[in-house]
Design a protein around this ligand. Structure first.
Ligand SMILES: *Cc1c(COP(=O)(O)O)cnc(C)c1O
Length: 417
């Protein structure tokens, strides 16, 4: 029997393991593992949860995993008795070793491992406003796999690494916003010799992010009442829901489906807007506390997407202002003693709001996903260096595509274009 099958969430048809779509409809595909009870292994980093990752082998080096602990400081401040923090980042004192300081590593490692298992020789193309690019750069430099990053010029400050060898990474900056970078990446990825990783439709990404819920539940011994996370695409929310379904089926962790509390940063909050039916106006992503949370086309209504996840978990979405996020971030950092990225500050603010409005009870068990943190802590132990920019293009330049292809060919000595 194979380790897993990939099935359509709507019609249930089995697809090939690397498929991203069902031929019959628009739904997300989902992994079904033949092992119904997860056994954590002693393998490093995320591979502890390999039972429920769609891979057969591992990348030994460089991966970290979520680490769950019971909050004291922040919990006390909010009057909560059972607040568990699942920390994704660098905090060696807590056993947290994600070296890019965000949970995007949970996506990049399984995705890269699958490309290796598939003998994928094409160049992986990733468009990102920052944390995703950093996570893929990290795993590409460890494995030596060819990576083409396409990022908005303004996001370059997020493109750092602690690794020395970055010779397999070609970085192109676009003088424009995230959407212009994505549009450019889509054009390049459609060419021969390039492959894209699939985003929210990639089960390796989602099952990687699902390890947050796995770590929380295996640490505490039971499914929590509530799960809080800051979202842009909402993929992390879908993943938490999918992990919960598997853990319910596992049978050892209670029969409570955790309620999803997803937090978006106002006014750039399309999921909040879709869910509440309100229209939002603002300058996006400029007006945000953290622009990594901006995604104009989140997988909301596709079967198996964010809407289904909210409906099935009786979940809700919060609209968080910059001020609320800043204050919450500061309070968290002061009471827990670790720096966090701005995005998880939005989740902290949602938790504060939920306590204030009585949406949760003070005795409920809560998992707060800190999606990124410990960058200042990491800088005490490592030297970070910026990735080199190989080429800068303007989205208005009709030759930009050609320029990228030529540069990539030269960079990787392909001699094709
Ligand atoms: C990407 C990201 C998020 C949002 O993730 P989703 O894909 O919407 O689940 C939250 N926090 C950080 C730090 C991120 O990088």
């Amino acid at each position: 029997m194979s380790k897993y099958v990939v099935k359509c969430t709507k019609c249930g048809d089995v697809q090939e393991p690397y498929a991203l779509h069902c031929p019959n409809d628009d739904s997300l595909l989902r992994t079904e593992y033949s092992k119904k009870q997860i056994e954590p292994t002693d393998m490093p980093g995320i591979w502890r949860y390999i039972d429920w990752l769609p891979v057969n082998g591992i990348i030994e080096e460089g991966s970290g995993r979520p680490v769950t602990y019971k909050s004291e400081g922040f919990a006390k401040e909010l009057g909560l008795q059972e607040l568990y923090i699942t920390f994704n980042g660098y905090w060696p004192e807590k056993g947290a070793f994600i070296r890019t300081c965000s949970f995007k590593d949970l996506e990049s490692f399984p995705t890269m491992q699958r490309l290796i298992e598939r003998n994928e020789e094409r160049i992986l193309v990733v468009a990102s406003a920052g944390n995703t690019a950093r996570a893929f750069a990290h795993v590409a430099s460890i494995t030596g796999r060819k990576l083409l990053l396409i990022v908005p010029e303004k996001s370059m400050h997020r493109l750092w690494t602690i690794n020395d060898d970055t010779s397999s990474i070609c970085t192109v900056t676009v003088k424009g916003d995230y959407y212009q970078a994505i549009a450019m990446a889509e054009k390049i990825a459609a060419k021969d010799g390039f492959v894209s990783e699939g985003g929210a439709r990639n089960v390796a990404r989602r099952d990687g992010m699902a390890t947050v819920m796995l770590d929380a539940v295996l640490t505490t011994g039971s499914l929590p009442h509530h799960y809080f996370q800051a979202v842009g695409s909402g993929t992390g929310g879908i993943s938490a829901w999918e992990a919960s379904m598997r853990l319910l089926e596992d049978g050892r962790f209670g029969n409570n489906m955790p309620r999803l509390h997803l937090a978006q940063n106002m006014p750039c909050a399309p999921l909040y807007s879709l869910w509440t039916g309100t229209e939002l106006t603002g300058h996006c992503p400029e007006e945000m506390h953290d622009d990594v949370l901006y995604n104009r086309k989140p997988p909301y209504s596709a079967p198996g997407g964010v809407k289904d996840a909210l409906d099935d978990t009786n979940g809700l979405i919060y609209g968080i202002t910059n001020k609320e996020a800043e204050d919450a971030q500061k309070l968290f950092e002061e009471t827990e003693g670790i720096d966090i990225l701005p995005a998880p500050g939005v989740a902290c603010a949602a938790l504060i709001k939920a306590v204030e409005t009585g949406e949760i009870n003070t005795g409920d068990s809560i998992v707060l996903n800190i999606t990124g943190g410990g960058q200042k802590r990491l800088e005490e132990d490592f030297t970070t260096k910026k990735l080199d920019v190989t080429l800068t293009v303007s989205p208005n330049d009709p030759d930009s595509e050609k320029k990228i292809l030529e540069k990539v060919s030269e960079f990787f000595n392909l001699g094709v274009y």
